[in-house]
Design a protein around this ligand. Structure first.
Ligand SMILES: *Cc1c(COP(=O)(O)O)cnc(C)c1O
Length: 379
């Protein structure tokens, strides 16, 4: 006999197929604008994209080789459990095999964490502004967002800890933060962990960890043995330059990792991604050289900007944050007229990815020209 689980209420949203009300209300994730869109809008050529914190280089030769070698296997499903990659990650990180798992980018892993741990009636706490995917994922599971303002463009961990209630299931710490590029010390994170109950996960999003030079930030995996509710997420997208392949990972207590695994879309991390990620772990020195170049360019850009009269927070990731407030959209639009695509956060600021020297020089020239046309001086 047919049986039915009837939902408690049908909502007529006047749309075909009656989507969940949480989804009907959900704002679409807005990716950084493409160079093609900028070129079409302004009738220009050779626009550059500094909008999505991507690496300025193509894959390392050994990684490109690994991707090519995977081609002949794409008729097959990849290993859903990514056993070889997890093994390599566990060795690389010095943790047990069951303390690490992979997903479709760390954004995929973050979505999995909320699917596994939060639902209607729960709270998800974060500082704001931060990574724009967190609110989308919270809304997806119908959890309530608690947004604590940044202090001096930086995560305010004391205020964040104070915002935790018995209903809080997940707290996000983004270190360095996106879009501001600022860091908190690992000591401060340890202090927060001491006050947050084990019933609440603390998700430490370290998408830009490899770019950090501030000595207050130390290896966060050292916090794991004392805190079973800590989950660290990292990615191959930024420092490893594999954004288009979609592979990221989580490190945490084996029980938490097992729950995250339950929400992975079957075969979400494909064969090319798994091979490229393993090859990247085998080329850490070359990856570091590239990261060092980006960091050197970041420091140069920051020095030149300060000399030009700009006040930007100390950049610790692969981008620079301009907290320009109400001129954010206008400034990004002016930069785009000169073919430099950046990311505007309306009424808050503009985020600009650090690329190679040539593209960074183009950005500096476009910035000076844009401020000229706006009739404004650096702020
Ligand atoms: C880019 C980014 C990510 C996710 O990147 P993936 O490509 O999904 O690994 C996660 N968190 C922050 C803060 C980011 O900026």
């Amino acid at each position: 006999m047919t049986s039915r689980c009837t939902p408690s209420s049908w909502q007529n949203l006047g749309v075909t197929g009656r989507p969940r009300s949480a989804i009907a209300k959900l704002p679409a994730y807005v990716p950084g604008r493409s160079t093609a869109a900028a070129e079409a809008d302004h009738g220009i050529t050779d626009a550059i994209k500094l909008a999505s914190n991507e690496a300025p280089y193509g894959p390392l030769p050994s990684v490109a080789g690994a991707i090519s070698s995977g081609m002949e296997h794409v008729n097959l499903y990849a290993d859903h459990g990514a056993a070889a990659l997890r093994h390599d990650l566990a060795t690389h990180l010095g943790v047990d095999l069951d303390q690490v798992t992979v997903g479709a980018g760390s954004a995929g892993v973050l979505q999995q964490i909320l699917l596994a741990y939060a639902e209607r009636g729960d709270e998800v706490a974060m500082c704001w502004p931060s990574f724009e995917a967190y609110p989308v994922f919270a809304m997806l599971v119908e959890a309530e967002q608690v947004r604590v303002p940044l202090r001096d463009e930086t995560f305010d961990l004391a205020a964040l800890a104070a915002a935790v209630t018995p209903a809080t299931k997940v707290v996000f710490i983004t270190n360095p933060n996106n879009p501001t590029g600022t860091v908190v010390g690992t000591d401060e994170i340890a202090t927060l962990l001491d006050t947050v109950p084990d019933t609440c996960l603390v998700v430490l999003d370290e998408a830009y960890n490899e770019f950090v030079t501030d000595h207050r930030v130390t290896d966060s995996t050292a916090l794991l043995p004392r805190h079973s509710n800590l989950v660290i997420t990292r990615t191959f997208s930024k420092a490893h330059g594999l954004a288009g392949l979609r592979v990221g990972y989580a490190i945490g207590h084996s029980d938490v990792i097992a729950m995250i695994d339950r929400t992975l879309v079957p075969f979400a991390v494909n064969e090319l991604a798994q091979r490229a990620a393993r090859a990247s772990l085998g080329a850490i020195d070359e990856m570091r050289q590239r990261v060092d170049q980006v960091v050197a360019e970041r420091e140069r850009l920051h020095r030149e900007l300060v000399a030009a009269g700009w006040t930007t927070p100390d950049p610790q990731a692969n981008f620079i944050w301009f907290p320009v407030g109400d001129i954010a959209v206008a400034l990004a639009a002016e930069l785009e007229r000169d073919g430099v695509v950046t990311r505007a956060f309306p009424d808050v600021g503009v985020r600009v990815t650090v690329a190679d020297a040539d593209r960074n020089d183009r950005f500096l020239a476009a910035l000076a020209a844009a401020m000229d046309r706006l009739g404004l001086s650096p702020r």
